[in-house]
Ligand binder design. Structure first.
Ligand SMILES: [Zn+2]
Length: 101
């Protein structure tokens, strides 16, 4: 994720600290993008960071723009990042996806 979305990553780390959820920082930094959400919603730039996505809990970040939500599984591992209303993120993800396929 650091290679593809470095700005989003730093923004999320900053927001986590502001919300007192710093323990997630190291997990966030280690994330890999497994797959991009295929819901087809124009506003959606969400992506999975685990092969299996089973959401048990979530942390909603107070982002300045759009909506950013970290989904956690039952083991408190990050399995999905919901990103809505962020064309900047969507653009980068699409570039990444095109380069891979
Ligand atoms: Zn989606």
């Amino acid at each position: 994720m650091n290679d593809v979305l470095p700005d989003l990553l730093e923004e999320m780390v900053y927001l986590l600290k502001q919300q007192g959820a710093d323990p997630l920082e190291s997990k966030l930094r280690a994330l890999r993008i497994e797959s991009i959400c295929d819901c087809g919603d124009e506003n959606c730039a969400s992506f999975a960071t685990a092969v299996e996505v089973k959401v048990a809990n979530y942390v909603e970040l107070q982002s300045m723009e759009g909506q950013v939500i970290i989904d956690l599984n039952a083991d408190d591992e990050i399995c999905f990042i919901e990103v809505l209303g962020r064309p900047d993120v969507k653009y980068l993800l699409e570039e990444f996806y095109d380069a891979q396929s």
